[in-house]
Design a protein around this ligand. Structure first.
Ligand code: CA
Length: 223
């Protein structure tokens, strides 16, 4: 969802139309008041903010967005009047992610939005790669490698390895692994865990030795 704060109706309509055509959901606001109401209901992925607005201006809106931890990291693109260097500098100083000088083309607007969203997204998600010795698990790509070689795992093997990698050295009982990986309502035997650990070790090759059996208890990943 993209919020567009722009008091000029024809420009706002054109922006919303273009954004919809580009595959974005978008909502428009003629002033800051309805915008703040909408902010309470839904957090947008990005805000297009005009500086010259009736009532509260765009600079003030940006300052308020940046001062609250809840909204501080929402990407904002400011729309500045042509030649207004001052607004642009103030906007960027206050943490605007980009600006568009009026009048701007709709295609330019879309490409700036896409660029800002691309820059913003890795911060939001992208969990870190988990690794131990030769084993490496990339949650973003849902892939595992061992000694530089891609390893194809079943979903349960993957979940088991991920859990172990997240807690190296921790001893897990078979019951704990069963309920964490298969779910607490899974009716199964602890033997299920042994079988999956077995195939996981085999697939990891030499690195499989990192998964150690703790006699009478369960398993751990050797640090
Ligand atoms: Ca305006």
């Amino acid at each position: 969802m993209i919020y567009c704060v722009e008091d000029e109706g024809s420009i706002r309509d054109l922006m919303l139309y273009t954004l919809n055509m580009a595959g974005f959901e978008a909502q428009g606001f003629a002033s800051s008041e309805p915008f703040w109401d909408a902010m309470k209901a839904k957090r947008p992925e990005l805000i297009l903010l005009d500086i010259m607005l009736p009532g509260e201006d765009g600079i003030t809106v940006l300052r308020r967005l940046r001062s609250s931890p809840v909204t501080a990291d929402i990407p904002v693109i400011m729309a500045t009047a042509k030649g207004s260097e001052y607004d642009r500098v103030v906007g960027l100083d206050l943490g605007a992610d980009d600006y568009l000088s009026k009048p701007f083309g709709m295609m330019e607007m879309v490409s700036r939005i896409k660029a800002v969203l691309r820059r913003a997204s890795p911060k939001a998600a992208a969990p870190a790669v988990l690794s131990l010795g030769e084993i490496s698990l990339d949650p973003t790509r849902h892939s595992v490698s061992s000694g530089g070689r891609e390893v194809v795992l079943t979903l349960k093997e993957y979940d088991l390895l991920k859990l172990l990698l997240e807690h190296p050295g921790q001893v897990f009982t078979r019951e704990h692994l069963l309920s964490s990986v298969w779910g607490s309502d899974f009716i199964g035997e602890s033997r299920t865990v042994d079988v999956h650990i077995g195939t996981l070790r085999t697939k990891l090759g030499a690195a499989g030795r990192h998964i150690q059996t703790v006699r009478g208890v369960g398993y751990k990943l050797e640090v």
